[in-house]
Design a protein around this ligand. Structure first.
Ligand SMILES: [Fe+2]
Ligand SMILES: [Fe+2]
Length: 164
């Protein structure tokens, strides 16, 4: 690709943990891809279900990948809010799973053009996904990121003390 017209990611989402930031940014690019496809349909272009389905699968599979990265960090740094944080990830995955159930019938029509009913469902889930990720990153991810950075500073201090 990438002739994306819409870019939904913003620098204020950065948490200063490179791998996490890169994954967050990628997630927004999946949403941007879907929004751009919706815009094409709205401007009367015939768009097939196929590209939508690929991006919609990624809404789920990339979330898994990202949650694995984060949850590994939470365990590694013994983050006190780890279990609650994981519950939030699970709730998100449940919502995506419900959405997948709703659009399952379209999978068999990958080569047909997108209809309005499908478009409405897709726009609904992208709006939900974006709202969820922005709030989750700004509130919940930021909490563990600050914690990890503090722990890192303490460890550096202790290592310097022991080494000195
Ligand atoms: Fe995250
Ligand atoms: Fe998270």
């Amino acid at each position: 690709m990438d002739n994306e017209k819409v870019c939904l990611w913003k620098a204020k989402y950065l948490l200063d943990i490179d791998e996490v930031d890169a994954q967050h940014q990628h997630y927004f690019s999946i949403c941007s891809k879907i929004v751009n496809l919706c815009d094409l349909v709205r401007s009367d272009k015939a768009v097939r279900f196929g590209p939508f389905i690929v991006a919609i699968f990624e809404l789920r599979s990339y979330a898994f990948k990202h949650f694995l990265t984060e949850e590994t960090l939470l365990a590694k740094y013994k983050y006190p809010g780890a279990f609650s944080h994981i519950e939030l990830h699970d709730q998100y995955l449940e919502s995506i799973r419900d959405f997948h159930k709703k659009i399952k019938i379209y999978h068999a029509q990958a080569n047909a053009s997108v209809d309005n009913a499908f478009l409405v469902k897709v726009e609904e889930v992208v709006e939900f996904a974006l709202g969820w990720w922005v709030k989750h990153i700004m509130e919940e991810d930021r909490k563990y990121a600050d914690f990890i950075k503090e722990v890192g500073k303490e460890q550096d201090k202790n290592e310097r003390y022991l080494g000195g």
